[in-house]
Design a protein around this ligand. Structure first.
Ligand code: HEC
Length: 101
């Protein structure tokens, strides 16, 4: 009886830790902006976590990528739906998306 209780408690502790880790992984603004398209590769957007799709993009250099987001590129609207993002935040978001998940 006691052992079962401990097992239940450790499962609960694991689940809450997993949730915290997930929330800390993605930059705060990801879900409400870039994620809308990049999570599923909408309209040819390089998919989040797919390093192969990001490789040719990263080859342009981070500054060029930040400029693409700010100016918009084909189906990507200027600002990528994050109008309050700073250059630093764009870099953080791009690095997050280009990193294998
Ligand atoms: C409405 C959909 C949409 C949203 C929102 C969006 N993107 Fe994109 N993104 C795209 C598409 C589509 C492409 C591919 C454009 C192409 O090459 O034709 C793209 C391409 C890119 C590229 C590659 C640019 C290049 O020069 O090759 C970067 C970097 C990028 N997005 C970053 C972001 C970031 C950062 C955000 C959030 C702040 C974001 N995107 C939000 C659709 C979106």
């Amino acid at each position: 009886m006691k052992a079962a209780m401990i097992r239940v408690l450790s499962v609960l502790a694991f689940l809450s830790l997993a949730q915290v880790a997930q929330a800390a992984d993605a930059p705060a603004k990801y879900a409400a902006s870039c994620g809308a398209c990049h999570a599923y590769g909408v309209a040819g957007a390089p998919k989040t976590g797919d390093a192969g799709q990001w490789e040719p993009r990263l080859a342009k250099g981070m500054d060029a990528l930040v400029a693409s987001v700010k100016n918009g590129l084909n189906a990507m609207p200027p600002g990528g739906l994050c109008n309050g993002c700073s250059d630093e935040e764009y870099k953080e978001l791009i690095t997050y998306m280009a990193t294998p998940q």
